[in-house]
Each structure stands twice: as C-alpha cells, then as structure tokens.
Design a protein around this ligand. Structure first.
Ligand code: 8IG
Length: 277
C-alpha cells in the first residue's frame, strides 16, 4: 500500500456504483436505517428544511461516509441525516454537495446522488440557490426546475451510456408541488461551471437559448439520478437576479442573506411537498 491517500473514486480500478454501494452500507451502519425512500440534497438557503420534514433519527458527518468530501462552502452543513416522516417514509438528507468547480471531477460531484440511489431512494429532490433571469422574479422566491441546459461540457455518465432525459424533472412530481403551492413558477436551469458568476453577456446568452435560472450544480446530479433510475424533483431558490438583470454587483453575502430570509418559508414548502411524495 502506498501511504499517499487516494480518493476511492480516483483509484485506477474504481467503479463509481460500487463505491456508492459501500457508502450506502456506511449510512445503513451509522444511522441504523437500512433503507431510504426519498433523498434530498439541501443547497444554499434550504438547510432548515430537514427539521420540518420529520423526526431526525440519526445525524452523521458526511466525512464518515465512503467517498464524501468536506463541504467547501459556508451555508452547507455537511451532515447526512436520516429522517422519519409522519407518514412513515424514510428520508435521507444530504446537507453538503461537491461542486464541479472544485475540480475533483464529476464522479465526486454525483457520488451523493449515486449513494442515495444505493440506499434505495426512488425519488431524488435536488435543491439549490441560484440566479434568476426572469425580471419578474425576486430574491427569496422558490421556483420549480422544469428542465435544464448543461453548459459544463461534462457528463457524469461514462462510456456509451445513452440515457433518455425527456421529462428529467418529473412532471408528476412538479404536479405534486404545484398542488401544494399553485403560485410556484417554473424555469429552465442552466448549469455553468463557475465558480465565477456569469458576465451579463453570458446571462443574455442563457436567456436566448431558453434558460431562466443560472447555477453551478444540479444538472449533472440530475443526469446521474436519472441514470440510477430515480424520479427527480428540482427546486431553485432565487437568491439574486443574474448579472446584468439586477443592476448591482453579485455577492456571496447577498446570496446567504436572501437564503436566510427565505429559509422558513421555503423549508415549510419543501416539507409539505415531501410529505405528499
Ligand atoms: I446562489 O447568479 C447563485 N448561484 N451561475 N449564477 C450562477 N450560480 C449562482 C448564482 C448566479 N447565484
């Protein structure tokens, strides 16, 4: 054995599905819950939702689970929780995500999603904080993701894996959310690599090609979730209007502030939606 630490997903003979199965076994052992029905990734602004979804049965640091990395971002808790809903469903909460811009490769970006699938979850709820292109939107507003445009020039799929992405963001699940809040708006999520925000010209491009939301996560995760056979529900919290749509510069502080203000409202919404899934 070399004494240089190699991440399990970077080993030359690593099989991402097998690493995810190991991670799921870690979660079962550490939480005492051997199966989850629904998985939820909590992005910026969504962190409180876990408390409203149900009873926290177990909470473990993500770093205890095979293949998970330390959260790179403030506003992400880094915990994995197992929650029991009043309806008796088991919900796996993923409080940290690895972003593509961290530069560790797309396998690590989607490892949490593959792990969620390996715990048995059939529904993947992906939430994020993002920029809004529609002028009618305001910071603090949650919107449903109806589709995406992946501008990362990457894919989590390896080899000749031709996965259908029609109805990627399940119209059935969006219907459940809309039944709870008929006012919810929907939009097409455009994933950029980041970590810089877009230029105003790039935002205009995103708008021209059919985008309404700009962000740095979710699209790659959704693709991996679909490959794993899960049904996907996506929510963006609009924390800022995209560059050039709002006339002031963007700041991470503004993003955190909009997230904090919106947190009680969007957390309650998410908890209600999950209760009906
Ligand atoms: I929060 O305006 C958040 N994340 N790409 N652009 C991109 N990602 C974001 C933005 C934004 N706001």
């Amino acid at each position: 054995m070399s004494d240089t630490y190699t991440h399990p997903l970077d080993a030359p003979d690593a099989d991402p599905t097998q690493v995810a199965e190991q991670a799921a076994a870690d979660i079962a052992r550490l939480t005492g819950v051997d199966h989850h029905d629904i998985a939820v990734t909590l992005g910026s602004g969504w962190g409180r939702a876990a408390d409203l979804i149900g009873e926290t049965v177990a909470e473990i640091p993500a770093t205890e689970v095979t293949g998970f990395s330390k959260p790179a971002l403030s506003g992400h808790t880094g915990a994995i929780k197992s929650i029991l809903t009043p309806a008796g469903k088991r919900v796996l909460i993923i409080g940290a995500r690895t972003h593509f811009y961290e530069g560790h490769g797309v396998r690590r970006v989607v490892h949490s999603v593959r792990t969620a699938a390996a715990t048995g979850a059939k529904i993947m709820v992906l939430t994020n904080g993002a920029g809004g292109i529609r002028e009618t939107w305001h910071p603090g507003q949650p919107v449903l993701i109806s589709d995406h445009i992946n501008l990362t020039a990457s894919s989590p799929l390896e080899g000749a894996t031709f996965v259908d992405l029609t109805d990627l963001y399940s119209s059935r699940l969006r219907g459940v959310a809309l039944a709870i809040d008929p006012e919810l708006d929907e939009g097409v999520y455009v994933q950029f690599r980041g970590p810089h925000y877009e230029t105003p010209a790039e935002v205009q491009m995103a708008k021209t090609i059919g985008g309404h939301i700009v962000g740095m996560s979710t699209a790659l995760e959704a693709i991996a979730a679909r490959e794993a056979g899960m049904e996907i529900l996506g929510f963006s919290l609009i924390t800022n209007l995209a560059a050039g749509i709002q006339d002031t510069p963007l700041s991470h502080a503004e993003v955190l502030e909009a997230g904090q203000e919106a947190e009680p409202v969007i957390s309650a919404l998410l908890a209600k939606v999950i209760d009906r899934l």
